[in-house]
Design a protein around this ligand. Structure first.
Ligand code: NAG
Ligand code: NAG
Ligand code: NAG
Ligand code: NAG
Length: 414
């Protein structure tokens, strides 16, 4: 009956075909495996390498140790790893509890093309570190798998964790940009400038609409994000040694003053959401020069520019801006993919030849203190089991299949 009426209204065969295709596509994307939420328990006989934090992050306190003008990356990381009692504080107003009745922390990633082992690595890092009773990841997909359960890397995750913890969502530019008048005129801009950088745009669109935290697909979650997520501020982090934002990590509140200011400025600039534009947008309509101390306090109060080590502990060393001794003591972005020891990787171990990389590389000791690790685009590198990324991947898999605990001493009971 309904479809008869539709036919008479539309009366166009081609239109109907398109609608059918759209419905079919939507179905393919929204059919969830109906598995119940996974049961995460604390293992009674395990001493966890970390405790789940309870409270929010005191940014000023952290920056006393993590401002890279005055500190080294290793000092910042050590502080973050060992002094939670100093910088995790009670929130002045209550934050959501971690259970089914409260809104979850919401994370987003955007991906074009088929889901790879690397994107799956990020999803696994999310499952391994975040409190699953109150965390959700939206994976925004464009031109991607239509049957994710068949994907060789993400299939298992899809069956076990979707939709409770991970939702795979089809990115629809038209639907998204028509959802808010702030994007008025987008069609004209886009048709005139095919170069609009999509992933730079998507993060602002989804955060402005749904709120939460965006992470690029090459960023691993290393720690429970609750203290940052609930700290009440919008934030991103610094582009290596440049005083610019790197929006590979970006926290914005839905329809907030900051997100609306950035978007409305970007709309005036032909939808240019390049990270190097963001500071300028935040300073628009002030008459301040780009680099005075007052300027810094203005853009920081809108979008806090965290220092590099929190999300990207190897970047300053990779860029030869600091001579760090890190744990692991790697030198450049390539090193996490190397199956062999990097010279000096374990400075405290004298006779390194008595060991194999698998003896010494442990997932729990990968840049402790950092909230995330950004590996910077090495999408085509092979995930060899004895390279750092391989070691981490095995730890994630063992947690996800219920055979090992995570850093918080929790395991999944199937
Ligand atoms: C966003 O906020 C603006 C002003 O603060 C308000 O006019 C608008 O209706 C809000 N939009 C949504 C989608 O909530
Ligand atoms: C801008 O310039 C005016 C006049 O020089 C000054 O009074 C004001 O404080 C400046 N800053 C802003 C944010 O308007
Ligand atoms: C990996 O990333 C590093 C640092 O960005 C770059 O120099 C190198 O060429 C990349 N290697 C591959 C194989 O993509
Ligand atoms: C769980 O995953 C680990 C790491 O890949 C693997 O070694 C182990 O055999 C798996 N166990 C089960 C029961 O699937």
């Amino acid at each position: 009956m309904v479809s008869n009426k539709l036919t008479s209204i539309l009366n166009k065969k081609s239109l109907l075909t398109i609608i059918c295709l759209i419905i079919l596509f939507d179905l393919l994307y929204t059919i969830y495996s109906d598995s119940p939420p996974v049961n995460v328990l604390e293992a009674p006989d395990v001493v966890p390498s970390q405790q789940r934090p309870n409270g929010i992050l005191n940014t000023d306190q952290v920056m006393k140790y993590c401002d890279m003008k005055f500190n080294l990356v290793e000092n910042c990381l050590e502080y973050l790893d060992t002094k939670e009692d100093e910088y995790i504080i009670n929130p002045s107003s209550p934050i959501p509890e971690c259970n089914e009745n409260e809104p979850p922390m919401l994370f987003h990633v955007f991906w074009r093309g088929m889901i790879t082992d690397k994107l799956t690595l990020q999803m696994k890092s999310f499952l391994y570190t975040q409190p699953l009773a109150c965390s959700k990841l939206y994976v925004w997909l464009q031109n991607s798998d239509t049957d994710i359960d068949m994907n060789p890397f993400a299939g298992f995750i899809y069956k076990k964790f979707s939709p409770k913890n991970i939702e795979f969502k089809k990115w629809d530019t038209e639907e998204q940009l028509n959802s808010d008048p702030i994007y008025n005129g987008w069609e004209a801009i886009m048709s005139g400038h095919s170069s609009v950088a999509f992933s730079d745009l998507v993060r602002f669109v989804v955060l402005n609409r749904y709120g939460g935290m965006y992470m690029d697909g090459d960023v691993l979650f290393l720690r429970d994000m609750r203290p940052l997520y609930h700290s009440g501020i919008d934030f991103s982090y610094k582009w290596s040694f440049k005083t610019e934002y790197n929006t590979a990590v970006l926290r914005l509140h839905a329809n907030g003053t900051t997100s609306r200011k950035i978007i409305s400025q970007a709309m005036k600039e032909k939808m240019n959401f390049h990270p190097f534009q963001i500071k300028k947008y935040l300073l628009a309509d002030t008459n301040l020069s780009l680099d005075s101390p007052t300027t810094k306090s203005i853009y920081n109060s809108a979008l806090y520019m965290y220092s590099v080590p929190l999300f990207d502990p190897l970047w300053l060393k990779n860029d030869r801006r600091q001579k760090n001794v890190l744990s692991p003591n790697l030198n450049g972005m390539d090193d996490v993919w190397d199956p062999n020891f990097i010279p000096g990787e374990f400075p405290n171990i004298k006779n390194i030849n008595d060991y194999s990389p698998l003896d010494l590389r442990k997932a729990d000791n990968f840049f402790r203190g950092a909230f995330a690790y950004h590996w910077h685009n090495n999408w085509s590198r092979e995930l060899i089991p004895s390279c750092w990324m391989g070691v981490i991947n095995t730890a994630y898999d063992s947690f996800i299949n219920g055979t090992q605990t995570n850093i918080y001493g929790e395991y999944i009971k199937y």
